[in-house]
Design a protein around this ligand. Structure first.
Ligand code: ADP
Length: 488
């Protein structure tokens, strides 16, 4: 199959979260399975291409707000995988991907250019896709454009829209519609209208042939009123419902047996190297050794309310006082960063906080910490708990979304970590108490660690699931357009 894959971030070129990992790994896994994949993404300032970039093509997108001149460069990480970078300096050559202090005011134009530019580029390149797989609000207009302007260009193509995080909906004032050339007839409850605004996420959901998200539990959560963030009705009405396909991880980049960012390597068969990683990590971040029988706990992630930092910050002091140590890596909202800094100042030598984006340190935390704490209030899939499983860093997670689908509690007898229910400080503390008990039973801890390290978290399984989904979409004459009147 030929798969066109527009995505607003692709590791290692641009990244704010898990979408970047998916947009790097899934296309490669699909290419290795024999499919032709074309990833299209902006050439942000952060994009550093190895060597001289291969020149691509030039075209003009005629938007009502004005023509956008696009030139492209390409990379070919695999013989069947092409990464295309849309070079529009006025739109993408900026310090951040989506905004610095708040969103960039022209994000509607920036991502309409990506959404439509991906289809135009494919047309210019003679790449006739069987499947167009778009992601999150930034490419939500791609399925819409495929039904409208590109219906005659790619009549066989089917679209898949994947939601990586329902919390980001790409809402814009309705004046954006005429600017972008979206007809008012699509501005309905059954179309792109959401609370009198344009919702690019909703455009993706409503116009795609299939909607997926990144774990089965998150699929259930977002189609229920409690977790649907106002869009559960729209999601329930999506064609074929919402399918949950778990993300995998890049098992080459995240392999403790070969990881060059670690001071010592190890594997499930021999975890001895972890002790060296732990000692060196303590030195690197300036922590004292935890008290006797007490663990080192790691946390990594964007500092936003979703990740439940406030729960961890309230739960940890009672344990830090008893000799537990914690290392935190992440950046984001200043109030959350400051709260971590206060904890660090209160517990010198016990709590270390790094507010940089440091991929090497993230690997060393997974390799050196005894437990990984992930108290997310909601978590579509989550990657860090998967890295934790692979690196023998026993995860302690809130039982929601992908966390529930990937970590089995020790109480099951086949556990790979600790799962707590309820986003409360008491629940986190209860899980930490259980973690301490597990840590003191060395044989039980080692068994949990080994079981986690043995789990298959590779992309192979996920790529196969997407391949089946693509095949199930079929081909043939253009599908009927979705209703433009009435509610979904
Ligand atoms: P989300 O997509 O919600 O941010 P995920 O757990 O799915 O959460 O993915 C986050 C990704 O970003 C992981 O690869 C994680 O290791 C990485 N990451 C987040 N913050 C940092 C940081 N400060 N330094 C290095 N890597 C980070």
């Amino acid at each position: 199959m030929r798969v066109l894959f527009p995505a607003s971030e692709v590791e290692p070129y641009s990244k704010t979260g898990g979408l970047a990992d998916v947009a790097a790994s899934l296309p490669l896994a699909l290419a290795r399975r024999g499919h032709e994949v074309r990833v299209v993404t902006p050439r942000y300032r952060s994009v550093a291409l190895p060597g001289a970039p291969l020149p691509g093509r030039r075209f003009t997108l005629e938007f009502p707000f004005g023509p956008v001149e696009v030139s492209t460069v390409e990379a070919h990480p695999h013989e069947r995988l092409t990464q295309v970078f849309l070079d529009v300096p006025a739109l993408y050559d900026r310090p951040a991907l989506y905004g610095e202090r708040g969103d960039y005011p022209d994000n509607a134009r920036r991502f309409a250019t990506l959404a439509v530019g991906a289809l135009t580029e494919a047309q210019a390149a003679g790449f006739d896709p069987d499947v167009v797989h778009a992601h999150d609000w930034q490419t939500g207009l791609t399925p819409l454009a495929l039904r409208r302007a590109f219906a005659g260009v790619f009549p066989r193509a089917r679209s898949v829209f994947t939601i990586h995080n329902l919390a980001y909906q790409g809402g814009f004032r309705k004046d954006a519609l005429p600017e972008l050339g979206i007809p008012w007839s699509d501005f309905t409850p059954g179309g792109v209208e959401y609370w009198d605004h344009l919702s690019m996420l909703k455009a993706g959901i409503v116009f795609a042939d299939a909607v997926t998200t990144v774990s089965p539990t998150y699929a259930r959560e977002i189609t229920s009123p409690g977790g649907g963030m106002g869009l559960d009705g729209v999601l329930r009405a999506a064609r074929g419902g919402v399918t949950g396909v778990l993300n995998g991880v890049d098992v080459e980049a995240w392999n403790p047996a070969t990881d060059v960012s670690l001071p010592e390597r190890f594997s499930a068969a021999d975890v001895a190297g972890r002790a060296v990683c732990r000692a060196r990590l303590l030195d690197e971040v300036g922590l004292s050794a935890p008290g006797p029988g007490m663990p080192l706990v790691g946390l990594i992630g964007r500092m936003v309310a979703q990740k439940g930092a406030d729960l961890a910050q309230a739960a940890l002091p009672a344990f830090l006082e008893r000799g537990l140590a914690v290392v935190v890596l992440g950046s984001g909202e200043p109030a959350i960063e400051q709260a971590w800094r206060r904890l660090e100042a209160r517990f010198p030598g016990r709590c270390a906080v790094r507010t940089t984006f440091d991929v090497g340190l993230s690997h060393r935390i997974e390799a050196g910490a005894d437990f990984f704490l992930m108290p997310s209030r909601f978590e579509p899939c989550g990657l860090n708990q998967l890295y934790s499983l692979r690196y023998g860093c026993v995860p302690i997670v809130h039982g929601v979304g992908g966390l529930l689908d990937t970590v089995a509690d020790v109480a099951t007898g086949e556990g790979t970590g600790l799962v707590f229910r309820g986003a409360t400080v008491e629940a986190v503390q209860g899980a930490l108490v259980r973690a301490l008990a597990l840590f003191r039973d060395r044989a039980a801890y080692a068994a949990v660690q080994r079981r986690g390290m043995g789990r298959d978290v590779s992309w192979d399984r996920s790529a196969l699931a997407y391949e089946r989904l693509y095949e199930g979409l079929g081909q043939g004459p253009a599908r009927p357009a979705p209703p433009v009147q009435g509610s979904p």
